[in-house]
Write a protein that binds this ligand. Structure first.
Ligand code: SF4
Length: 424
């Protein structure tokens, strides 16, 4: 039986899809890239915010068309959207035959009438063979007032350190050289099973695994980012001096209303430490504008903060009301027009900041991981560019270039998201 899969949402959801494929491959299913050739179509959905939910519904309806015109007999909807709205969707989407939540993937082979022994096959990577995500935990025990993820994924469940080391070694043996650590809150890793955060010892163990070349951490939480973590990230052989620390805001009243731990003073002390000790760090964050009650003055404070503490990369969202979250019932909701104006203003300012920081890197000699090539150029990333999130670097193609290779380059040109370089 042929299976076609659509995987939506974040990298954590992608790992779910990869685990699902491992299970199904072990059950004897084959995978096809053209949905027209699939007997079974699976859509792994995202249920985070409105645009993502809409994209998931559209994908399900699009795949449902193949039940009319293709081989498809069974349409399966899985993932966060299903976990959150299963009963409503069962009524609204009669096209779907099987609904699977985020904690039920192991039931899928049996539901598709092909039982499998558990643990027979590990996940099948959907990333290029030289890179992979390592999901170190699932769920989140923080309770940010705007966020639906704890409603979907429940509380933090860290993966035991030994399992992660074994998984990382297995991936390195498969040829993975770039490993990206993900979870909803990576710096809180281990709090549930070891009683305190254990990201640092985990990183030190991963740093010893031969075959890996770059190890990066995404999605740290401000109040568990401390000097020791920064020293560790900048002191390893393979650990990349890259800090992704979603802040959401900087005004203390807004941070309190968001129920975010780690106030402005703490955040600035972390950034001051980096500026003093590790000016070569790459900084990424995520901000939210238009949170209920956000005043012009609080927004101006956020804009000033991003000028005072320039980040290489800033992702920004306009607050969107998510039912059953605490913020949905808050007064002083901000009009959509104002949210959009603030979002545009912040991203316009950030383009100028990112351009200036990238221009400051011209002349820098570093390594480029080649990810694709055309007849003229090779495209890839240096340590400063996270996979699937940041821009890219292009260099004139040379005969010895190959995807998955690390080559020495010098950076020669910059724009706000991408850069150009030359092979050394
Ligand atoms: S840290 Fe906050 S925003 Fe992130 S997943 Fe957890 S609750 Fe949501």
């Amino acid at each position: 039986m042929n299976i076609g899969v659509v995987s939506l949402g974040c990298a954590k959801n992608l790992v779910d899809t990869e685990n699902m494929l491992g299970l199904l491959y072990g059950a004897g299913f084959k995978f096809v890239s053209d949905p027209y050739d699939a007997d079974i179509l699976i859509v792994n959905t995202c249920g985070f915010i409105l645009p993502a939910k809409q994209e998931s519904i559209n994908a399900i309806l699009e795949m449902a068309e193949y039940k009319k015109h293709g081989r498809c007999k069974t349409l399966v909807a899985t993932g966060c959207l299903i976990e959150r709205y299963r009963e409503e969707l069962k009524k609204e989407l009669p096209e779907v035959d099987i609904f699977i939540g985020v904690h039920e993937y192991d039931k899928l082979p049996a539901l598709l009438n092909s039982p499998v022994q558990k643990d027979c096959l590990p996940r099948l990577l959907l990333t290029p063979p030289y890179r992979a995500y390592l999901r170190i935990g699932d769920g989140c025990s923080n309770r940010c007032t705007y966020c639906a993820i704890p409603l979907i994924r429940k509380g933090l469940k860290s993966v035991p350190e030994k399992d992660l080391i074994d998984e990382a070694k297995r991936l390195a043996d498969l040829g993975v050289t770039e490993l990206t650590l993900i979870a909803q809150d990576t710096s809180g890793y281990g709090r549930d099973i070891y009683g305190k955060p254990r990201l640092i010892p985990l990183l030190k163990e991963l740093d010893r695994i031969s075959g890996l070349h770059w190890i990066r951490v995404l999605y740290t939480y401000p109040d568990t980012v401390n000097y020791e973590l920064l020293d560790t990230l900048s002191g390893g052989d393979k650990l990349v001096p890259y800090l992704d620390m979603p802040l959401q805001h900087i005004n203390d009243d807004i941070l309190r209303a968001m129920n975010r731990r780690g106030d402005k003073r703490h955040i600035c002390s972390v950034l001051d430490y980096i500026r003093t000790h590790y000016p070569n760090f790459t900084l990424r964050t995520t901000m939210m504008v238009g949170f209920p009650s956000e005043t012009e003055a609080q927004f101006a404070e956020l804009m000033q903060f991003l000028r005072d503490y320039p980040f290489d990369r800033v992702g920004c969202f306009a607050y969107s009301i998510e039912e059953n979250t605490a913020a949905a019932d808050m007064e002083n909701q901000i009009p959509d027009k104002v949210k959009q104006e603030r979002l545009d203003a912040l991203m316009r300012q950030q383009q100028t900041i990112s351009l200036a920081l990238n221009q400051g890197r011209i002349g820098e000699e570093c390594e480029l991981l080649i990810e694709s090539m055309d007849e003229n150029f090779s495209y890839g990333r240096t340590m400063r560019f996270a996979p699937d999130a940041d821009g890219q670097v292009l260099v004139p193609r040379r005969a010895f270039h190959g995807t998955g290779c690390y080559i020495p380059i010098r950076l020669t040109e910059a724009d706000c998201y991408d850069m150009r370089g030359e092979s050394l």
